[in-house]
Design a protein around this ligand. Sequence first.
Ligand SMILES: Cc1ncc(C[n+]2csc(CCOP(=O)(O)OP(=O)(O)O)c2C)c(N)n1
Ligand SMILES: [Mg+2]
Length: 201
Amino acid sequence: MACCGDGGSSKTDFYAAVNSAGAYTLPLVLCVINNGWAISVPRKAQTGAQTLAQKGLAGGLHCLQVDGNDLVAVLEAMRRATARARSGEGGSVIEFLTYRLHDHTTADDARRYRSEEEVKAAWEKEPFLRLRKFLVDQTLWDDAQEQAWVEECGKRVDAEINAYLETPVQPVETMFDYLYADMPADLRAQRDAAIALEGRA
Ligand SMILES: Cc1ncc(C[n+]2csc(CCOP(=O)(O)OP(=O)(O)O)c2C)c(N)n1
Ligand SMILES: [Mg+2]
């Protein structure tokens, strides 16, 4: 299974992967998370293809487009594609339709290139709120369970963060030590220099 974004599906290696998977009947499940944006480039400007799923068609792969904000649909699509792969029927491309609700990174300001209305409309389909509503409607979930669960998650996150913070800093040479059975001379020199910088030569 491999995942990429809508922007990732515009790259040449995406097409090469589709071609190889079709040519060799590989058990590949290629997931394209179409969140509408590749940084500031909208989906429409990225390709002439009507859908991203259909990019698999030319390579002989099975193609599927699903509502990526619907957990049940996502599970079903993944079940079908992995079953095909495991039974030797070949690869699939699944396009998950969703939306990037936030900026691309903390260095991005998406207000420069997309409207507030578009983002507001997308929040209406936010997948966790939608799943929660479904579970509450089915009487499988309620506020008390949620509160207890959020507390439990908070405790587990705190425990992991504390374990990380208490992890001793590794000596500088460890970044060289596990790459090569026989370390090249230039890296050995850099390793020595890094140790010397700490006055441990
Ligand atoms: C080969 C290459 N070209 C350009 C970039 C710069 N870059 C980083 S993220 C990105 C956009 C990716 O968009 P998408 O695949 O839709 O992913 P998303 O940000 O939506 O998760 C680009 C162009 C890169 N990392 N690698
Ligand atoms: Mg994207």
